[in-house]
Structure formats: C-alpha cells, structure tokens
Design a protein around this ligand. Structure first.
Ligand SMILES: Cc1ncc(C[n+]2csc(CCOP(=O)(O)OP(=O)(O)O)c2C)c(N)n1
Ligand SMILES: [Mg+2]
Length: 268
C-alpha cells in the first residue's frame, strides 16, 4: 500500500472505531494521519517482524488520546496479526485501550497523559548513541501538548546531549481541547523557540506526502550533532469537510449521519 492509500485507510479505520465505539479524538487522528502514513509506508526501518530488533527505528507517539490513528496504521501494516482491532477496541480487558497501550505490538510506550514521551524518547536516543546503535528515534507530539513543561526540559536535554538521532514531529493543527492554541497558550514564534533551544528546525505541510517523505528521510539520516524538529502544519479533522478546523471534533464522536457523510467523502 502506498502512503496515500495508507492514509485513506487510517482515516477510514479511525472513523469506524470512533463511530462504532462512540470514541473521541477523531480530529487529532485526522491531523496526524498523513504523517503516520508516510512514516510507516516509506521512512521507518521497522516491520512487523522487527518490532523487538534492537537496531529498529523507534516511534514514540505522545498524543495518546488520538490512539485510533496509530492503531489503524499498525493494523494496516500487518503489526496486529491475531487481533481484531475493530472488535476489541475499548472492550474491557483488551489491549486496545482508548489511549495508547504499549502491550500492542509496535507500540514503544503507553501514552495519553500528555507531555511524557519526548523525555523517554530522549533517554532512549541517548542510550542508543552510547551503544553505537544506528536506529533513529521519532517522537510525535501535538501542539497543545507543548504546554507541558516536561517537553521543554526534554528539548534542553536533547540539544545538550547532541541527540542527532532524535526526530521530533509536531502535529501543529493549531487547536487543542477547548480552544485554539494561540488563545489558550500561545506557542509562536515556535520555530524560533526551537532554534534557540539548538534544534534543527524544518517546517512542512503535514498533509503533503512528498514534503513529509523528503524531510523525514533526510532528518533520519543527518547525523550532524543536532536533534531535529519538524513542524508539520496540519488541519485538525483533515479529510472530512465538516470536521476540518472545527474545535467540536476534538472530542465529538460521529453519529450515524456523520459516519455516512464522512465515509462517502473519504472514499471519493
Ligand atoms: C497531562 C494531560 N492533561 C490533560 C489531558 C486531557 N487532554 C486530552 S487531549 C488534550 C489536548 C488536545 O490538544 P492537542 O494537544 O493539541 O492535541 P490534538 O490537537 O493533536 O488532538 C488534553 C488537554 C491529558 N490527556 N493529559
Ligand atoms: Mg492540537
């Protein structure tokens, strides 16, 4: 499956999951869908057979509330053999909790309490460097999540330890739970802040697969003493017209009518 088909499949599966289980956070799943699709289709040195290989690339998915997108990409890429994601999602006792669970094959860290994965990823990247391990460490954070001070401590540490095997991807959809990022707690000028923290910064259209592929691949290869931050400009709810840029779809679950309309748009 190419990255475009994979992204469509991720959005369709997230829609099924959120609709059938009355689950939340479809807006944040849709803003990150293209990033995940390009990573898993074209960039990562990992496969269902190498999830435990020490030399693998790592993905730390910090925005654990948007679990449906991660579960969907792992499912489409064959990591979840023996599981029935659609049936098991949110069922009591199943691994497929409504925030990301590390017991699932291919998941490095349980997340959902925002602000924790970047620190763990930096520690992992430092350990890999010390061992001479070639793996890259990708971390995906949301923009509202950057309100958590723990991220800024991790940014300091990443630069201090020259973690050039670290690639931070910011899903900059400009919306958090209860308002826009700029009105709740402004991040701008974000690129300048990251550069001042001594991270190499690239800004991309987070829905343009060619741009994502090029930037992610180059960032993974460049071992130049600098950790990399990719600011991916995205749209919350991307792919479904009535969800795009709408705060309500941070939390809202699609009803039957929403489901039918969204499915038709995604399949068109
Ligand atoms: C530590 C912590 N505080 C609060 C929450 C509740 N919460 C869930 S999602 C969210 C913010 C969502 O906005 P953003 O981080 O921008 O994510 P995205 O737009 O990608 O969905 C919050 C505050 C949480 N999960 N963890
Ligand atoms: Mg956001």
């Amino acid at each position: 499956m190419d990255s475009i088909e994979l992204a469509r499949s991720v959005r369709l599966t997230a829609l099924d999951l959120c609709h059938s289980k009355r689950a939340s956070h479809i807006g944040g799943a849709y803003s990150v869908a293209d990033i995940l699709a390009v990573l898993y289709a074209d960039v990562l040195n990992i496969s269902p057979l190498t999830v435990d290989n020490p030399e693998r690339d790592r993905v730390f998915y910090s925005k654990g509330h948007a679990c449906t997108a991660l579960y969907a990409v792992l499912n489409a890429c064959g990591y979840l053999k023996g599981y029935d994601l659609l049936k098991e999602f949110t069922v009591n006792g199943s691994y497929f909790t409504s925030h990301v669970n590390h017991q699932i094959p291919g998941v490095e860290l349980s997340t959902g309490s925002l602000g924790h994965a970047l620190g763990v990823a930096c520690g992992t990247a430092l350990a890999l460097k010390r061992k001479g391990n070639a793996g890259s460490v990708f971390t995906i954070v949301s923009d509202g999540e950057l309100d958590e001070g723990s991220n800024w401590e991790s940014l300091l540490a990443g630069a201090h330890h020259a973690l050039d095997n670290m690639i931070l991807i910011i899903d900059y959809n400009k919306i958090q739970s209860f308002g826009s990022v700029e009105e709740v707690l402004a991040l701008e000028p974000l690129a300048d802040k990251l550069r001042a923290f001594r991270w190499q910064v690239t800004e991309v259209d987070g829905h343009n697969h060619d741009e994502l592929r090029k930037t992610l691949a180059e960032s993974s290869l460049a071992r130049n003493g600098l950790p990399k931050a990719i600011i991916a400009h995205t749209v919350k709810g991307k792919g479904v017209s009535f969800m795009e840029g709408q705060l309500a779809w941070h939390y809202k679950s699609p009803n039957d009518a929403d489901y039918t309309r969204a499915r038709a748009e995604l399949e068109a």
